[in-house]
Design a protein around this ligand. Sequence first.
Ligand code: NZQ
Ligand code: ZN
Length: 391
Amino acid sequence: MDNFEYQNSTCIVFGKGEVSKVGKVVRPLGSNILLVTGQGSLKKSGLYQRIRSLLEEEGITVVDLDRVQSNPLLSRTRDGIKMARNHGIQAVLALGGGSVMDTAKAVAVGAVMEQGDVWDFFTKERTIEKALPVVTVPTLAASGSEMNGFMVLTDEKSKHKLAAGSPHLYPKFSILDPTTTYTVPADYTAYGGVDAVCHLLEPYFNGPAPNTPLQDRMAEGLIRTIMDATETCIKDPEDYEARATMMWASSLALCGLTKAGVGHHHFPVHLIEHAVSVLFSVAHGAGLAALLPGWMSWRAHDHPKKPAQFGERIWGISGKDLSEKAEAGIDALRSWFDSIGCPKSLSDIGIRNEDHERLAENAMLQAKIWGISNTYSVENIKAVLAHCQIQ
Ligand code: NZQ
Ligand code: ZN
């Protein structure tokens, strides 16, 4: 196990009906807030109106930043920063999925910048030093943004989708009320399961520390649980226990706890998926489903040990040599993606061999920022993509 420092500054308020506390949670942070929402699903379900009245009951004035799209755009964040400055916003409340939460975080840091543009934090030209307080009410179990210091935005001009991280990005509070996810459709329920599994598997495979039995078991336990809960939620969208399990497990999957001690690692599948999302407008979880098995296969070639362990412990595969066990585990994961209605290859999401070059080129900016462009060079990313193409 490697050395590590671990701190998570988000207060989690979890459970059925807890969303009714939103006014009491937000009021101490400010009486004039920006409410960030998506493209209408929560107005349709009535949750948006409920949140608005709970805030007004506490005397909180609200400025709306709505119409945040999936794979959120830098331009909408800049709109939000202008609103926050013009209205003297004191706190930012995110009501929605990862796209809404990441936009809220970006507005919270952009609104208090003395100079420069919020995109400077993504290209690493500037470091985040402060932020307005953020509260999230996640309505989709997937990204884990409700309990971490990350955010991901797309600059539609340069066609880059980049991540940024800072301790200042942790929400002060996140209210996780599983009933808010009852209306999530089957496809996004499945994509959320894939995203959370990928958040666990990337440190599991990429962490360099040689001896991590505790971290392995935590990840394996969460993966198995997420897979079962995803299937139940797809069958019965209002199964409270399954939605609650999915919500808490997807927060834990990227809150840093399960990977503390695995050593310095990156998220190469996310690196490539962000290029897929920005160039082909694919939902994040769907892109990951198309990429993860192929990437595992590419990596298992030189590093079969962990994929073989994954095959053994998650799928009960035994009696073969390491590479055979690894491949059998990867095939089982690919069939699971198929069984929950997810893509299982690049051809399933309309990407062809001739697209690989520009996908790999697009991923290079993030690879350089993350310092992994040697391992994830254009040539190597193209080799990974070839493993993900299938037909
Ligand atoms: O926009 P509306 O109309 O609200 O519909 C949304 C959207 O279409 C819908 N939705 C959300 N809650 C719902 C609901 N529909 C019905 N009922 C509800 N309760 O779901 C659709 C997808 O929403 P989105 O926020 O895009 O999904 P997700 O939560 O998967 O977030 C994806 C974004 O998170 C980023 C991804 O890159 C992507 O941009 N990530 C953020 C991370 C982080 N900050 O730590 C890490 C992740 O790896 C990920 O990269
Ligand atoms: Zn993700």
